[in-house]
Design a protein around this ligand. Sequence first.
Ligand SMILES: C[S@@+](CC[C@H](N)C(=O)[O-])C[C@H]1O[C@@H](n2cnc3c(N)ncnc32)[C@H](O)[C@@H]1O
Length: 208
Amino acid sequence: MHKSEIAAFEAEARTFLAERLAAMGPDEGGLANFYLRKLETGRIFSRYDRELIALLEGEARVVHAGIGIGQLSAALALQGSEVLGFEGDLRRHAAAEALRLRLAPDARYSIAFARFPDGLDPAYDPSGATLLFTNVAATWPDETYEAMFAMMHRFRRTILDLARFGDARQEPAEQAELAERIAAKGLALTPLNFVAEKTAFMEIRRAA
Ligand SMILES: C[S@@+](CC[C@H](N)C(=O)[O-])C[C@H]1O[C@@H](n2cnc3c(N)ncnc32)[C@H](O)[C@@H]1O
């Protein structure tokens, strides 16, 4: 996506988000602070969104787990990837579906209202696809972590942020602990060295 396309997307998404939040009223429909801040700053894309848009240009297939309102997954689909998004929260899923219809109606982009990985269709072939997690600090039980690690073996590669994967981890030691846990599953981690602050994005593949 060129800078001008990103700016046009953000302008349209800002209007979408403002209308959506206004229509929901004080309840905010589960969108709350994370998205209000986006409106206040005018930046619909987080810095890591922008870095991922650049990194994933040309990627054939992406599964994005925990898309929120789906600004990143819609952008990835608009630049040509076939994207399958998962969102486990009903109102965020509804917002993501509305954003998809407004900004990316013709893109190859579908959204499941389901928790990943439980909702992944057994017929989906993950072997050639990238599995992506961005800011899913959602307090997962241990069995969810184990199911995620098992999935990482099935996808071509996984991209995740050690600082926000199932929990928030700002301390390097906490991030290293998760990295060790992943490596112990026979997976190899390579830092992506993103400039986005307070993130620790990694690319993960099966160890050779
Ligand atoms: C803080 S929001 C961030 C949204 C988006 N990833 C971003 O970075 O802008 C995290 C979202 O992930 C969803 N989520 C967390 N774990 C999930 C799972 N296992 N499956 C589907 N959705 C999940 C939550 O419902 C929430 O909407």
